[in-house]
Design a binder for this molecule. Structure first.
Ligand code: NI
Length: 159
């Protein structure tokens, strides 16, 4: 396992559409593990493959620090319900956060780290995290959807 460099806004890699993963191989697992290490090091709640320069449809998420780690390969959001606004930040957009509308509830399916099919329903903050990471796979950053953006220094935001 190893730490990877996080790509920051301005790099066109973050604006491309990622390709599907053909099979969850050992190499894919190694990348997923590196993504978890990198997410932990950066104290993030999620990280998508393009954020480490890999144009594949996969992301990891740990909505509750120290809680369950979710691995999604070739994810698909199959259901969205409601809309709620909340704060978001992104490891690829350091120093800022913004207010974004996201579904209150989603159902998302995909392959896990072992290549097995999984389906989850998430609400609230967990749904927000999954939608944010999913967007990265299509080259979308949260600031594209934000109603307002703030510089951390403007409000003394600490997190
Ligand atoms: Ni992000």
């Amino acid at each position: 396992m190893a730490l990877r460099n996080i790509v920051v806004e301005g790099d066109e890699i973050l604006r491309k559409t990622c390709r599907e993963v053909g099979e969850v191989t050992d190499r894919i697992r190694e990348t997923l593990d590196d993504m978890v290490d990198t997410m932990h090091e950066a104290m993030g709640v999620g990280l998508a493959a393009p954020q480490i320069g890999i144009m594949r449809r996969m992301f990891v998420a740990e909505p509750e620090p120290g809680g369950k780690i979710y691995y999604f390969v070739n994810p698909e959001i199959t259901y969205r319900e409601g809309s709620v606004e909340g704060e978001e930040g992104c490891l690829s957009v350091p120093g800022y956060f913004g207010i974004v509308d996201r579904p209150e509830k989603i159902t998302i399916k995909g392959l896990d780290r072992d290549g097995n099919h999984q389906e989850y329903t998430f609400e609230g903050f967990e749904a927000r995290v999954m939608c944010h990471e999913y967007d990265h796979l299509d080259g979308i950053l949260y600031k594209d959807k934000a109603k307002e953006m703030f510089d951390e220094s403007q409000v003394g935001y600490e997190e």
